[in-house]
Design a binder for this molecule. Sequence first.
Ligand code: CAA
Length: 257
Amino acid sequence: MNNILIEKDNNIATVTINRPKSLNALNKETLDELLVCFHELSQDRQTHAIIITGSGEKAFVAGADISYMQSLTAQEGRAFGKLGHLVMHTIENTPQPVIAAVNGFALGGGCELALSCDMRFASDNAKFGQPEVNLGVIPGFGGTQRLPRLIGKGLANELLFSGNIIDATEALRIGLVNRVYPLDELLGECMKLAQTICSKGPVAVRLCKEAVNNGVEMDLGRGCTYEADLFGLCFAGDEQKEGMAAFLEKRKPVFKS
Ligand code: CAA
């Protein structure tokens, strides 16, 4: 991999976009590598939580790579957008929880990358926005779809139509991020959450993610039926037996990893 770093620490994988000279902008090669990386991580039964961050102290990802996109034809632009969609969809549907550690600019494709993660923690210097209209284009990696679903149509439209950049405090206020930390504490806090997740039943955590991701677009009745199916499935495995026995025996559960 030329553009991303992957580190594994017990059951936690940290994926770092590593193009600091371009503020970690996403070119085709980086998207291809992210795709391979997340396909591999999704098969890795030892990885129970994933963190994505950017290299350096300035940017998470400052967008899709403008120098790469500059000379694209309409057909090539569409293909680049489809590749971005595939990457974001793959990350969103990775079985393990994915935390975005947003350590600086998360603009355009960078904001869209953060949106494809399950949770977003930000540093206090982070900046968010969909500035594509400044470049004469629209967001192409899912921003027009995921942003309104997360923060509501009115607030999303304001960001999308104006290209305005907001700081971490505002991102927290509108629900774009879960939490904000000083930059030097951000990764540690993401690690703490990842460790908490890793201490739970890995199958139960995966089924939670599946229930939320697949159920959230269903009507409530169908969503609850889907949840009942997955809840039932839990009773077919070892984790429910261990978790409930441990509670009743007043001890900590030991889940197989
Ligand atoms: N693509 C390619 N290169 C980029 C980049 C991007 N998205 N963002 C920054 N860079 C490069 C700059 O060109 C510069 O390179 P050089 O040193 O070779 O000149 C380097 O990174 C450092 O950037 P700046 O000198 O501009 O740093 P700054 O601190 O003055 O500004 C910034 C930081 C406000 C983030 C500014 O770089 C910026 O506005 N970047 C573009 C942000 C943007 O428009 N993102 C959306 C892209 S379109 C998109 O993402 C479409 C989509 O949805 C798929």
